[in-house]
Design a protein around this ligand. Sequence first.
Ligand code: SF4
Ligand code: SF4
Length: 440
Amino acid sequence: MGLMTFRGGVHPHDGKEFSKDKPIRELLPKGELVYPISQHIGAPASPIVAVGDTVLRGQKIAEAGGFVSSPIYSSVSGTVKAIEPRRGAVGDMVNSIIIENDGEMKEVEYQPVDNIDSISKEDIINKVKEAGVVGMGGAGFPTHVKLSPKEPEKIDYIIANCAECEPYLTADYRRMIENPEMLVEGMKIVLKLFDNAKGIFGIEDNKPDAIAKVQELVKDEPRMEVCPLQTKYPQGGERQLIYATTRREINSTMLPADAGCIVDNVETLISIYNAVKLGKPVMNRIFTVTGDAVKEPGNFNICIGMSYAEILEEAGGFKEQPEKIISGGPMMGFAMFGLDIPTTKTSSSLLCLAKDDVAASETTACINCGRCVEACPERIIPSRLAKMGEHGDMIGFEKWNGMECIECGSCSFICPAKRPLAQSIKTMKKQILAERRKKN
Ligand code: SF4
Ligand code: SF4
């Protein structure tokens, strides 16, 4: 039997060679750290510290603002310098807590648990919630909400999203080969919540050493297995991963739980382990700095709140003037406003490209080659939908299933006419969602 996969998709240049062999390096931040109070989907957190307060590493500085929200913890010890709006990665101003780092890393006392089997389901959910765990693959959805579906007995699969299909990114890969035990323990904890579920690690076959490491750890675990996946973008898209590993399909009106699945990425499962077993809140994450414009690309264990500029400095700075600076990967990441921007729980990488071939090419008329249709993993028609987007045809766009677009960018990538298909579709989706909100 061939490797598991989904229909459609593309094979962009993977660019992982820059950083995949660079072991994770611990970074100690120097100056101030900035914590935007909205680092997750849902209500922003509410600050519970005041200017002038001294704080410890691991101390809560903002309380969750509702059920779908998440608290924020200081990743250093120091003094609260200000609570004020600061610029975020996309240029927006976000209320933020600014802490002057004293460089001492004095920590609160954590409450580790000796035996995971002694913890109740409710305790697991509470610990995950209290630790501020959110989807750290980029979605930022509070994990305790995801782990509390209406009918837990109907969950058949917990899928670890270990695909890391975005080109250039290697943070999850390094985690899998350096800390596979933490990943597997994280899965064990989640499986305790769902008596009927099986744990599947979906790993692309361009990471054979990661597949081997996790396979070795789960060989005597009857409820866990590794599912090697074909290396193809967007293999790590939630719907694509669910289909590849279980053959179940979901659409934009459904949650993975409606198909009996829960999907968590590598860093999220490790944060669940840290929260439940070690009693530690989310303070750090693995972050890749890469691209041909970076002097020493690598993978770093960063304190959340450090600026992109400071992390880049640790990677030796620029080797040459970058053409494009992206937060995240080249397919789904976004061009950055500047580098003096704080990292958050969902920041996974900084990509600095010296040459940007796509931007340099001129857009020409559609030649109706159909390649975008073939590449689209959602089986919709990007060329037609993009046209509808450009003409503001909301009715047609919805009728032709434009809302099913997962914004993966495969259509724009494959288009020989260099048409910004994904961008037009994404903009139209936003307008339709805004209209729907107005009506409700
Ligand atoms: S239409 Fe949407 S889902 Fe389809 S390839 Fe383009 S961006 Fe991806
Ligand atoms: S890939 Fe580009 S040129 Fe080909 S049909 Fe789609 S939009 Fe037209």
